[in-house]
Design a protein around this ligand. Structure first.
Ligand code: NI
Length: 642
C-alpha cells in the first residue's frame, strides 16, 4: 500500500489513532459525493477513522508517515439501502463501497428525531388519535423515535415505533404527560406514517413534573461554597490526543457510536513503559423493559448501535459536570448531511482527590504514614431522549483502572387508567403516571495487552476445602484459578458466593515470585436479564445473557450486538462469534464485560433521577512487585492537612 506524506495533507492528525478532524470528515464526504453521485436523500450515520492494523499502530513512531482512511456508514433513503464505504483521504478516492446486507439498519440519526416527529404530526390518523385524548395543539406534542426491533412486521423498511408525550405549555416537561397506548410506526426513509397502533384511550396525566429552580420553590440555603483549587495547575500533560498523568500514558478518541475511546493505556514502572490495554470503549447497550402493556413491551433501546450515543454527547460546562482544573476534548462527529459537527467540550478530563490511598499508624512509635489518593477522571455524558448516561473512566496511582456509569435523567413513563396499578412499574402520582421496571446493560470491549499482546485468561473462585486431611481445623479456603482455554469457556457470570473474578495474565512476563504478571477484572454489582431466552430482545441483546466473555483479537469484532443491531433479527455479535470456539490461550485476547443496572423505578427517581452508579475495575494482581504507590508524597500544604 502506498503511504502518503503527513505534510501537505489537510489534517491535523499526528497519530494513526487520532480521531478524524472536521476537515477530514468534509473531504471524506466530498470524495464520496463526487465518486458515488449521492442523492439528496442520503443520510450519514457515522464517519470515523478506519483504524489501521494494530501492528502498524504499535510500531508507529511520532513523525512516521501514516495513511488516513475514513469509514463511512450511510443510508440512501431513495434506494432504501445502506452502505459502508472506506475512503482514502491521502489518495482522495473511495477504496470500498459495500451494501449492508440483511434486514438491518444503521443507527437512527439526530435529524430523524425531528423529522419523525413532524411526520407524525402531519398524519391525520395520528392527529385523530390525539384528538380522542383531548390534544389538539401539535406544537406541544413530543414524539421520540423509539427503535423498532425485529418482530416480523417490518417488511424490510427503516422504521421507528414512535412514542408520544405532550407538554402543557412550551416549557413543560413532556415526560410527565405520556400519551400511552399509542404507537406510531414511521418509515424513516419515506418519512411517513405506516400505521398508528391505538390500543385505547388512557387519560393523559396532567400533574406537572418540572424540576428547574423556578419550579421547586424554596431552595435550601445552608450550602456553603466548596472550592477546588489547583494553584499550580494540573499534574497531567496533554499532547494532541495523548495524555500523560502520573505514571500513566494513554490516548483518547471519540466516535459517534461509542463515545469516548481509550487507547494504548500503559504504566511507567521504574522507567519501563508497560502496556495494559490497547483499546477500551463501550461496545453496545440494551435497555429491556419488563412491562407487557401494548406501548411498553417493545421498548429496549440499543443506545450505541441504534442511536449513536457518542453523537448525543453533551457539551460539558465548567463548574457543573466537572470541578477543578479541567482539560476538555471536543468530539468531532458529523450530522446527517455529512457536515462535520463539533461537540465542544464533549470529553472532560480532570483530577480528583479520592480520599485515602494508604495508611498505617504505628501504635508503638506513634508514627503515621498516610497518603491521599488522586485519580484522573476522563468522562462524557450523553442524553438519549429522556435518559442521561455518564461514562466515567478513572485511573488511580496504584495501577487501578475503573469504569463507572452514572445513570440520570428522566425515567421513561407510561400512564395507567385511573385507579389502576401494575406490578410491572411504579406509580409516580395519583393520576396514573408510572415508570415501568427496566434494566440497563452496557457491554465493554476491553482489548487487553498485559505486558504485551499474548495474554491468557483465568477465572478465579474462592473455595472452601472440604473437611478432612487437607482441612483438619475446618478453617481452610483458597482462591482457585481455572484457565479459560477457548471462547466456549467464556460466557461466565458474576458469582458473589465464590467472589469470582477474572485474571488476564502474560505467561511470559513474571513478577518477583515467578508468577505471570496479571490484571484482574473485578465486578461490582451486576444483574442478569429477566427477559425470556426466546424473547426477541434476548436474541438481539445476547451479549447481556452473560457477564464475562473472551475472544481472540479480531478487528471486525467491535460491537457486542453485531455491526448493525438496529432492526437486526439477532444473528450477529458476540454470541455468534464465540461459537467459533477459537483458542484464547497465549493469544491477543479481548475481554467483553456486560455491566447490568437493575431499575425498579422509585418515587425518588421522579421527576429527575438522582445518579445511579454501576461499574467495574481492572486491578493489577501481581503486575507490580509491591504496592506501586509507595512513592506518592505525603500530603503537604496544598493537600490541606499538616
Ligand atoms: Ni433506568
Amino acid at each position: 500500500e502506498k503511504m502518503t506524506e503527513t505534510k501537505g495533507r489537510a489534517t491535523a492528525a499526528t497519530h494513526p489513532l487520532d480521531p478524524l478532524t472536521a476537515e477530514e470528515i468534509s473531504s471524506a464526504v466530498e470524495i464520496l459525493r463526487k465518486e458515488r453521485d449521492l442523492g439528496e436523500k442520503v443520510r450519514f450515520a457515522g464517519i470515523v477513522v478506519n483504524e489501521p492494523p494494530k501492528e502498524q499502530v504499535l510500531s508507529f513512531n511520532l513523525g512516521d508517515d501514516f495513511e488516513r482512511e475514513a469509514l463511512v456508514v450511510l443510508v440512501d433513503g431513495e434506494e432504501e439501502a445502506a452502505y459502508e464505504a472506506v475512503v482514502s483521504l491521502g489518495e482522495s478516492m473511495v477504496e470500498s463501497w459495500e451494501r449492508i446486507e440483511g434486514d438491518v439498519q444503521p443507527p437512527i440519526v439526530l435529524e430523524e428525531f425531528d423529522e419523525c416527529e413532524e411526520a407524525c404530526k402531519r398524519n391525520p390518523e395520528f392527529q385523530e388519535a390525539l384528538r380522542k385524548r383531548g390534544i389538539t395543539d401539535m406544537d406541544l406534542v413530543l414524539v421520540d423515535p423509539w427503535s423498532a426491533g425485529s418482530y416480523g412486521d417490518e417488511e424490510g423498511r427503516r422504521l421507528s415505533r414512535a412514542l408520544t408525550w405532550v407538554r402543557l405549555d412550551p416549557e413543560d416537561n413532556a415526560y410527565a404527560h405520556p400519551v400511552d397506548n399509542l404507537v406510531t410506526i414511521v418509515d424513516l426513509n419515506k418519512m411517513e406514517v405506516v400505521r398508528v397502533e391505538d390500543s385505547g384511550v388512557v387519560p393523559v396525566p396532567q400533574e406537572k413534573g418540572n424540576y428547574g429552580r423556578e419550579d421547586v420553590g424554596q431552595m435550601r440555603t445552608d450550602l456553603k461554597p466548596l472550592e477546588i483549587t489547583q494553584p499550580e495547575g494540573t499534574s497531567f500533560e496533554v499532547d494532541g490526543h495523548e495524555v500523560r498523568w502520573q505514571k500513566w500514558r494513554f490516548r483518547i478518541s471519540f466516535t459517534p457510536r461509542e463515545g469516548l475511546v481509550l487507547y494504548t493505556v500503559s504504566y511507567n514502572d521504574d522507567g519501563r513503559e508497560r502496556p495494559i490495554l490497547y483499546r477500551a470503549a463501550l461496545s453496545e447497550m440494551v435497555v429491556p423493559y419488563g412491562d407487557p402493556r401494548p406501548a411498553q413491551w417493545r421498548k429496549n433501546a440499543f443506545d450505541a448501535g441504534e442511536y449513536n450515543i457518542g453523537a448525543l454527547a453533551n457539551s460539558l460546562e465548567l463548574g457543573c459536570d466537572c470541578l477543578g482544573e479541567i482539560h476538555y476534548f471536543d468530539g468531532v462527529v458529523s450530522d446527517g448531511k455529512g457536515n462535520p459537527l463539533t461537540i465542544k467540550n464533549a470529553v472532560c478530563m480532570h483530577e480528583e482527590d479520592y480520599g485515602l490511598l494508604w495508611k498505617h499508624f504505628d501504635m508503638r512509635s506513634e508514627e503515621t504514614e498516610v497518603r491521599r489518593s488522586r485519580r484522573l477522571v476522563i468522562s462524557f455524558v450523553a442524553t438519549v431522549a429522556n435518559y442521561e448516561y455518564g461514562f466515567f473512566w478513572y485511573l488511580y496511582q496504584d495501577g487501578t483502572i475503573e469504569f463507572e456509569g452514572k445513570l440520570s435523567g428522566i425515567v421513561s413513563t407510561g400512564a395507567l387508567p385511573p385507579g389502576e396499578n401494575t406490578r410491572h412499574g411504579q406509580l409516580l402520582n395519583d393520576e396514573g403516571l408510572y415508570g415501568p421496571i427496566h434494566q440497563h446493560f452496557l457491554n465493554f470491549r476491553l482489548d487487553m495487552d498485559v505486558d504485551g499482546q499474548e495474554n491468557s485468561v483465568y477465572e478465579v473462585n474462592t473455595e472452601a476445602v472440604p473437611p478432612g486431611e487437607e482441612n483438619p481445623h475446618g478453617n481452610a479456603y483458597y482462591a482457585k484459578a481455572t484457565q479459560l482455554e477457548t471462547e466456549a469457556d467464556g460466557g461466565r457470570n458474576v458469582n458473589m458466593q465464590s467472589v469470582r473474578y477474572w485474571r488476564i495474565v502474560n505467561e511470559s512476563s513474571q513478577n518477583r515470585v515467578g508468577e505471570p504478571v496479571a490484571y484482574k477484572l473485578v465486578p461490582k454489582t451486576n444483574v442478569l436479564p429477566f427477559a425470556q431466552e426466546d424473547a426477541q430482545v434476548s436474541k438481539r441483546g445476547g451479549f447481556a445473557s452473560k457477564h464475562f466473555w473472551v475472544t481472540p483479537y479480531e478487528p471486525s469484532e467491535r460491537h457486542a450486538g453485531g455491526a448493525y443491531p438496529n432492526q437486526s433479527p439477532g444473528d450477529d455479535g458476540l454470541v455468534r462469534w464465540v461459537q467459533q470456539n477459537r483458542s484464547v490461550k497465549d493469544e491477543d485476547v479481548v475481554i467483553w464485560y456486560t455491566l447490568g443496572a437493575h431499575h425498579p423505578v422509585r418515587l425518588e427517581d421522579w421527576p429527575v433521577m438522582p445518579v445511579e452508579y454501576a461499574g467495574f475495575a481492572l486491578k493489577p494482581e501481581g503486575f507490580f512487585d509491591r504496592n506501586p504507590a509507595l512513592d506518592v508524597p505525603r500530603p503537604g500544604k496544598n493537600g490541606h492537612c499538616s
